[in-house]
Write a protein that binds this ligand. Structure first.
Ligand code: BGC
Length: 630
């Protein structure tokens, strides 16, 4: 009898405990009654700050957390989730396209998500984000500008602003309001696969051009313009570009997503400098990197995000985490989200499972692991950017100015930009520019007639597309044919296997370099010219009196041993769709004005370049930063 009673008590206690557990687990998820609706946040006569507070005061916790979610477009399970969850941002990761991959298709896709978000209770539009890092480069037909490293070589702020402005026009034509650019990383190691995404390893130059770019995207040219065109993002905060070889947290990579060894003084000094300029220049969004500082993922770095960026630099926009980086914080999904949000991440690029994220954060708030104040602060920051874009100012403006995309005007601007990015590194006997109408020029090399290589990665596909698939661009060979005088015969052979070898060309132009790569897939232990390119140059040299090498690369390559055999060397970086811009300078129609945005090492032992500009082994580089013949 007694034993039976004990059993009943025990069963009852277990049942109660289970019920209690279930209650604690599910109670936070039960939808609460929403505060009364007050449309005053739409009143444009009030200040943005007043409107933000009115809006915030009527949001449920669930609606606030929804705003903090940034979801990859393929992961949105149903369009209605956008308003049911009140999702704050949707992104197309590189290569994530609409079914109909055209300008119209992009516009319809983005419009679909934005319209869905406008149906939410409070009608807060979603931000749609893309990596417009060298033009609206996800969209076939868009103008493809030089990658940032080339713009760094130009050093021209006004040009950079114009490029960003044109990019913003192409973005807004498809309804896109947010770009994950400019990149302000300082590349210290040419083995890194993202060197070309940066302007320079010089903090002053990176900061100057970053602000110029932001100005163009925001296009808030006068103080009477209160709204920005496209929200820019300073990335990747912080120390990305100085990770150590072989420390990547990604098993496929070597240095990208690795550990940044810099001490606090360097991180908050040299590395912060361009970000400080960007913050002072009106940035409203900053992305934290996928790298780690010591053993801590940057997205969990409360000191660097909250103390330094927000409190010391006074950044009042929102911090967004990079792709899945929050879940790389150890401890499981729940703890990771708590750690990142408490560290100061305001919007989480999940990018996949938003339902679990919303549930986890709802629980974390109910259990007191994340404070209401932290949530309010995050949402206030996100709303600040949305208000700055004018997204809540009434009827949405759909520019749909498709003619802007790949317009003649933008192509001309891109061509001008290319001409300013070229750096002349060697010019024996003044072989360049070619303006004396030589009888025969021979052109060879893997990048001579390959617009895909010129454009590099982040062009329609994440890893780029090799080959001549683009309509509307020009290869460097086409540019050369058009720029040469009528008296000059141009012969082209990809591998330099020319037939009539008895007749020597006056000039041989070898256009060689790297095939497209993005992120850690471009990490290279030894960045050199490949066997095939070297053989091509040798074959061309054998049939030409003088040889000019044009490098199409995302970074300096180690060419110490080959250089003495070349008469001239030009770094063209990744010029984008306008090969004609390269030819303009080779043929003296425009001058060489570019200078190296980073030091060009001689040997691999010289990298990483130290923060004081010295090489790792103390020896002299091949070419100093800012070198360039004119
Ligand atoms: C990159 C970011 C980019 C993001 C979204 C990440 O892999 O590190 O630079 O903005 O993807 O495409």
């Amino acid at each position: 009898m007694f034993r039976e009673k004990r059993l009943i008590y025990m069963t009852l206690s277990v049942l109660i405990l289970v019920l209690l557990g279930l209650l604690i687990y599910f109670l936070p998820l039960i939808p609460r009654k929403a505060p009364a609706f007050n449309p005053a946040y739409s009143d444009v006569r009030l200040s943005d700050d007043e409107r933000i507070e009115i809006l915030l005061s009527q949001m449920t916790v669930r609606e606030k957390i929804g705003q903090m979610a940034l979801v990859e477009k393929y992961s949105v399970l149903e369009a209605k989730d956008v308003h049911l969850y009140g999702i704050g941002g949707i992104l197309s990761g590189a290569g994530a396209k609409p079914e109909l991959n055209t300008v119209e298709g992009w516009n319809a896709m983005v419009d679909g998500y934005v319209s869905a978000s406008e149906q939410s209770r409070l009608g807060i539009p979603v931000l749609y984000g893309v990596d417009a890092i060298h033009g609206h480069s996800n969209v076939p037909g868009a103008t493809i500008f030089p990658h940032f490293i080339g713009l760094g070589a130009s050093g021209n702020e006004a040009l950079v602003t114009e490029v960003a402005k044109a990019t913003a026009e192409e973005l807004t034509a498809t309804g896109i309001t947010w770009s994950y650019s400019p990149t302000l990383d300082l590349p210290k190691d040419i083995r890194w696969g993202r060197v070309y995404e940066t302007f320079s390893d010089d903090p002053a130059l990176a900061g100057r051009l970053g602000v110029a770019y932001l100005k163009g995207l925001h296009n808030k040219s006068t103080s009477s313009i209160t709204r920005i065109s496209v929200l820019g993002t300073l990335k990747h905060y912080i120390g990305a570009g100085s990770m150590q070889w072989n420390t990547s947290s990604n098993e496929n990579y070597k240095i990208d997503q690795g550990k940044t060894p810099a001490d606090e003084k360097a991180l908050t000094g040299v590395y912060v400098e361009p970000f400080k300029k960007g913050v002072d220049g009106g940035a409203l969004s900053v992305m934290v990197g996928l790298n780690s500082w010591g053993d801590t993922k940057l997205s969990a770095e409360e000191h660097l995000i909250t103390d330094v960026l927000k409190n010391q630099l006074g950044f009042n926009g929102f911090v967004v985490s990079d792709w899945y980086s929050v879940y790389e914080i150890p401890g499981g999904d729940y703890r990771a989200a708590v750690a990142a949000i408490n560290a100061g991440v305001d919007m989480v690029m999940l990018p996949f499972d938003y339902k679990t994220f919303v549930d986890n954060v709802l629980r974390a708030v109910a259990y007191g692991h994340i404070s209401d104040e932290r949530i309010d602060d995050a949402v206030r920051r996100i709303l600040r950017a949305k208000f700055a874009l004018g997204l809540l100012d009434g009827e949405r403006q759909r520019t749909q100015d498709f003619a802007k995309i790949g317009s003649t005007e933008h192509h001309e601007l891109a061509r001008q930009a290319v001409s300013e990015t070229l750096v002349l590194l060697k010019n024996d006997g003044h072989v360049l520019p070619i303006n004396d109408n030589p009888a025969l020029i021979r052109v060879a090399g893997s990048a001579a007639d390959n617009v895909g290589r010129q454009m590099g990665a982040w062009t329609v596909e994440w890893q780029g597309i090799d080959g001549n698939w683009l309509e509307g661009g020009t290869s460097i060979l086409e540019g050369i044919r058009a720029a040469a005088s009528k008296e000059t015969k141009i012969e082209y052979e990809l591998g330099g296997n020319f037939k009539n070898i008895n007749e020597k060309a006056d000039i041989g132009i070898a256009v060689v370099g790297e095939s497209p790569y993005a992120e850690g897939w471009g990490d290279r232990e030894l960045p050199i010219l490949n066997e095939e390119d070297r053989a091509t140059i040798e074959r061309l040299r054998a049939v030409s009196k003088k040889v000019v090498v044009v490098l199409v690369t995302g970074r300096p390559l180690l060419i110490e041993h080959e250089l003495p055999q070349w008469d001239a060397l030009v770094s063209a970086w990744l010029p984008g769709s306008e090969g004609a811009g390269v030819a303009d300078v080779l043929f003296g129609k425009k001058p060489f004005v570019g200078t190296l945005p980073l030091p060009w090492p001689k040997t691999i032992e010289q990298v990483p370049i130290r923060n004081d500009g010295k090489t790792a082994d103390g020896s002299e580089v091949l070419f100093q930063r800012f070198f360039g013949l004119h």
